[in-house]
Ligand binder design. Structure first.
Ligand SMILES: CC(C)(COP(=O)(O)OP(=O)(O)OC[C@H]1O[C@@H](n2cnc3c(N)ncnc32)[C@H](O)[C@@H]1OP(=O)(O)O)[C@@H](O)C(=O)NCCC(=O)NCCS
Length: 344
């Protein structure tokens, strides 16, 4: 039997859900309950045309079954020479060259769109160590010329965090950020702070540790940001957010926790960033503690929070350790430069 690789149209519900099932099966096989795959209804919404990113799915079919799933993401406002890609092979069909065949299609598709810097990620068990010894994805990446540019650790926190611990941490931070009031809210970022928060958030990719990864700052504009909030809402996701405001009213720090109706009981810690000029005021600790208070008040049904930190991000890991996060898995970030002439 030979493998046939086809694009997956968003309106082909059956093929899209089979493509998704293979992506999930591959990840569950490797990291069990710690997988962080997006759910099918969330991905359906994410794949709809939007200003910030184009998404493409490819299915590798053999004997009527999707045995390898491929994903290509194309940033549309920044990082225009890059593409994100992911390949997942059904556990029972591995080491038969299917991922290699899929990767060739994804790389050619990226190249044909003028993308020459390819980024990928893979989650693997914590015990495999920083270099991912014996991990299929790491061996696969190495074989195809992808360098491990950044090693992250996935951590989990059981919540609720004891109120007296939150009180103690907030009290410890408070004297250091007296000039920076905190503001917590659910959902849409208020109009008076959205531009300033967006400016700070656009620098997250380069202000957080990037290891050997080449990345450009993001250039999300207000329209794309509001669109992303609407997308989140339609996906069944809710953002719990805290900001620290500088004396001039601009956003000096932010943090976001996100829940989804499709994964009951779970929340994800998304970005946390303190503006470079405002560091040293314990704002990272302060916004995180306030945001956990908000989550616990609004969502007593949530019992675990998942986060990722670069292994070298000692400061953020220090904050997370104090809240009680523990390591559960690893995430490798890989990068490759395509050589040869890219068509225009
Ligand atoms: C990584 C993954 C996609 C590989 O799928 P696959 O179809 O088995 O890959 P291939 O058969 O094309 O492997 C190509 C080469 O990669 C290397 N490789 C792949 N899996 C390996 C393993 N378990 N151990 C050692 N080397 C491995 C080998 O060099 C292999 O060539 P060989 O079989 O001739 O020795 C698959 O294990 C998977 O789905 N993992 C979970 C999802 C994931 O992490 N994806 C990677 C992120 S994009």
């Amino acid at each position: 039997m030979s493998l046939e690789i086809v694009p997956v149209p968003l309106d082909d519900e059956v093929l899209f859900s089979r493509w998704h099932a293979t992506y999930v099966a591959a990840n569950v096989h490797d990291v069990g309950r710690h997988h962080t795959c997006w759910t099918l209804p969330e991905l359906r919404v994410a794949f709809e045309p939007n200003r910030a990113r184009a998404h493409r799915a490819f299915a590798g079919i053999e004997g009527g079954e999707v045995i390898v799933s491929g994903y290509l993401g194309l940033p549309l406002l920044d990082n225009l020479e890059s593409a994100g890609l992911e390949v997942s092979t059904k556990p029972s069909a591995r080491r038969r060259g299917h991922a290699t065949a899929m990767l060739a299609v994804l790389e050619e598709e990226a190249r044909s769109r003028g993308r020459t810097r390819l980024d990928s990620e893979a989650t693997f068990p914590y015990d495999a160590g920083t270099a991912g010894a014996g991990v299929p994805a790491v061996a696969f990446a190495d074989r195809h010329g992808y360098l491990l540019g950044l090693s992250d650790v996935q951590r989990e926190l059981r919540v609720p965090v004891a109120e007296d611990l939150l009180d103690a941490l907030a009290a410890e931070a408070a004297p250091h950020h007296a000039a920076y009031p905190l503001r917590s809210f659910v959902g849409r970022v208020p109009d008076d702070v959205v531009a300033s928060r967006l400016e700070l958030a656009n620098s997250l990719m380069t202000e957080a540790p990037t290891g050997e990864m080449e990345l450009e700052v993001e250039a999300m504009d207000l329209e794309a940001f509001r669109e992303s909030e609407a997308t989140l809402h339609r996906q069944g996701r809710v953002a719990y957010r805290t900001l620290a405001l500088a004396p001039d009213g601009s956003v000096a720090a932010y943090t976001d926790l996100v829940t989804t109706v499709h994964e009951p009981g779970r929340a994800y810690q998304w970005g946390t960033l303190v503006r470079r000029a405002d560091r040293g005021h314990r704002l990272g600790l302060a916004v995180k503690v306030a945001n956990h208070r908000l989550l616990q008040r609004e969502r007593p049904d949530i019992d675990r929070v998942t986060t990722f930190n670069a292994e070298v991000n000692a400061h953020m890991i220090g904050v997370n350790d104090r809240l009680g996060f523990v390591p559960v898995a690893r995430l490798g970030e890989f990068q490759k430069r395509l050589t040869g002439t890219a068509p225009t």
